[in-house]
Design a binder for this molecule. Structure first.
Ligand code: CP
Length: 305
């Protein structure tokens, strides 16, 4: 039986599976022509906006010599707008494609989709739940940069309550030894207790610290956007926004070999004035998404082991 049937949450990935995925991504970088999925069809069903995730999935499938069908604004332009249930849509699209990448506004939507799908489902973000493929490409980027993830200090900054990327990344970091996690968030956007409990269980130390402490101590500073669209009350958003910014005054405080990551899109939390500093690796990070998504689809759709 296949090790990976669907990709729903980061907890599915233990260290052997991470190694297998990252080593496949490296081999594909060296010679992608050896890895092909001719005729396979990816359906991208996106009920929330996206630039990177949808286009990198589509680019990945096209580079594998497969094909793509897509609904990029499924909330408005799919039959969701006529009242069709997610389950019915998935049952139908399962008959048109070989794999579905779905982004949805509700936590748990990808899991619901997998429960009725006859083909692999990939969670491309479910509300404030998880974004496992982002976390995989984030970890891959960290590992490529430092060679080892064990022993690193990772600071997560910004909207940690609604930020699905940081939630998914914590589940992966908890697999490594001597990793320390620093959380920096406004009081209404603190990391949720389920993630803190998970890290405790994994004996991964975490601390809530001030921004200046995090940027001085961290090897990896993972910035996130405060997501206006997740707030019901705009006054709460105003309280949380624009608190932490990496700009030219931050650079001397950071370790010389630190890296700054961001899932993008960014808001004011990283000033474009620092983009040329070699420690800013968010565009390289975004590019890595294509390799990781190519490798994931190979694992899901081929006999490769
Ligand atoms: N990082 C990320 O998920 O970006 P998009 O929303 O553009 O897909």
């Amino acid at each position: 039986m296949k090790e990976l049937k669907h990709v729903i949450e980061s907890q599915q990935f233990d260290r052997p599976l991470l190694s297998k995925l990252f080593s496949l991504a490296e081999k594909m970088r060296d010679n992608s022509k050896n890895y092909q999925l001719p005729g396979k069809i990816l359906a991208t069903l996106f009920y929330e906006p996206s630039t990177r995730t949808r286009l990198s999935f589509e680019s990945a499938m096209l580079q594998l010599n497969g094909r793509v069908i897509s609904t990029e604004n499924a909330k408005e332009f799919s039959s969701f707008s006529k009242g069709e249930s997610l389950e019915d849509s998935i049952k139908v699209v399962s008959g048109y494609a070989d794999v579905i990448a779905i982004r949805h506004f509700e936590i748990g939507a990808a899991k619901r989709a997998a429960s009725v799908s006859t083909i692999p489902i990939i969670n491309a973000g479910d509300g404030a739940g998880q974004h496992p493929t982002q976390a995989l490409l984030d970890l891959y980027t960290i590992q490529r940069h430092f060679s080892e993830v064990d022993g690193l200090t990772v600071a997560m900054v910004g909207d940690l309550k609604y930020g699905r990327t940081v939630r998914s990344l914590c589940y992966l970091l908890g697999r490594f030894f001597n990793v320390k996690v620093l959380f920096v968030a406004p009081p209404i956007c603190e990391m949720a207790n389920d993630i803190k409990s998970f890290l405790d269980k994994q004996q991964t130390p975490w601390k809530e610290v001030e921004f200046d402490v995090a940027i001085e101590e961290a090897d990896c500073i993972y910035m996130t956007r405060v997501q206006r669209e997740r707030f019901l009350h705009m006054d709460n958003y105003e309280k949380a926004a624009n608190k932490y910014v990496i700009n030219s005054t931050s650079l001397p405080k950071m370790k010389e070999n630190a890296i700054v990551m961001h899932p993008l899109p960014r808001g004011p939390e990283i000033s474009p004035e620092v983009d040329e500093d070699p420690r800013m690796i968010y565009f390289e990070q975004a590019k890595n998404g294509v390799w990781i998504r190519m490798a994931l689809m190979m694992l899901l759709l081929s006999d490769i082991d």
